[in-house]
Ligand binder design. Structure first.
Ligand SMILES: [Zn+2]
Length: 307
């Protein structure tokens, strides 16, 4: 049996990672067999870990301002006010690309893919909390293809494989299911025009519902990455600043959350940290919601860049 993420995950001390540095490194890992025949680094998975790239390209405060101006200009060019654009919603076709290994590792089942689509629909409909927003976006599986290629499976030559396999237009969510030390990676909507062939999200196969990623196997990685794909920043973007993630109803937080620390309050600005928000780094079981402000921003971004 081939150990999944044998090199990268072990070298990064066993963390399944997705983001920038956290203060506390993960513990040394143990390897346990998982029920589905794969193996995983167990017990200490985290969305964030030192030494790994973030799950989106970094956006500086200056670029954040530039993007905000461009978004306003694009909406104006379409004759849409910000408030009118805040409720567009829509149906998003989803193309799933299973990048399995030559030996079949990571060849997730059709049932897992179906459950992943259900998770997206539940989460974007606000189905996990009475405080959650219904974003108005729904997802339909438009196609699944499967490749058995160790290079692609391990997310190498990703620019090439994405360009060769991506389907649909700007409004189509492409999900590549791979094996890497990260839980997920996403592109932003404002980058579509200049780089359409790589647009979409990549998630680790162990993060799908029923997968083997401890604390991260309920499909919420795809929800988080799709949030970026719709134009959301992390809730900790900008740290303890008022601009923060440009969403007024997600309280500022100084750094990513790990686990589910109820009552965490990392900034002196008003509000507790939004640890249950899909755009933090909490455990899958901790996640509950997008806010109304995030819902509005996603619709505005969709209208500006993906409509
Ligand atoms: Zn992220």
């Amino acid at each position: 049996m081939q150990l999944r993420a044998a090199s990268a995950a072990l070298l990064s001390a066993g963390a399944l990672v997705l983001g920038p540095a956290l203060a506390a490194p993960a513990q040394a890992s143990t390897i346990e067999p998982a029920g589905d025949g794969s193996c995983l680094t167990a017990g200490t998975s985290a969305r964030g870990h030192s030494g790994r790239a973030a799950d989106t390209r970094p956006i500086s405060a200056a670029e954040q301002s530039r993007i905000a101006r461009e978004t306003s200009a694009r909406l104006a060019a379409r004759g849409l006010s910000r408030s009118a654009a805040a409720t567009v919603g829509g149906t998003v076709p989803v193309y799933v690309h299973v990048m399995a290994g030559a030996n079949g590792e990571g060849n997730v089942t059709a049932s897992q893919i179906s459950r992943q689509i259900t998770v997206l629909n539940t989460d974007f409909a606000g189905g996990e909390s009475t405080a959650a927003a219904n974003t108005g976006f729904t997802f339909t599986l438009a196609g699944t293809d499967r490749f058995f290629n160790n290079t692609w499976h391990q997310d190498r030559q990703s620019t090439t494989y994405r360009a060769q396999t991506r389907k649909g237009g700007a409004n189509a969510l492409n999900i590549w299911i791979v094996d890497f030390a990260d839980l997920g990676i996403a592109t932003f909507p404002w980058d579509y025009a200049s780089n359409p062939s790589i647009d979409g999200i990549r998630v680790d196969f162990a993060s799908l519902p029923g997968g083997s990623a401890t604390n991260f196997n309920r499909g919420k990685t795809a929800t988080h990455e799709a949030g970026h794909w719709f134009g959301l920043y992390h809730t900790f973007q900008g740290g303890c600043t008022r601009v923060n993630d440009e969403v007024s109803d997600t309280a500022a937080q100084s750094s990513p959350t790990s686990g589910c620390p109820i009552g965490r309050d990392s900034c002196s600005l008003p509000g507790l940290d939004p640890i249950r928000n899909y755009m933090d780094y909490s455990f899958d079981t901790c996640y509950r919601m997008f806010t109304a402000g995030q819902s509005a921003r996603m619709s505005q971004m969709f209208a500006a860049y993906r409509g």
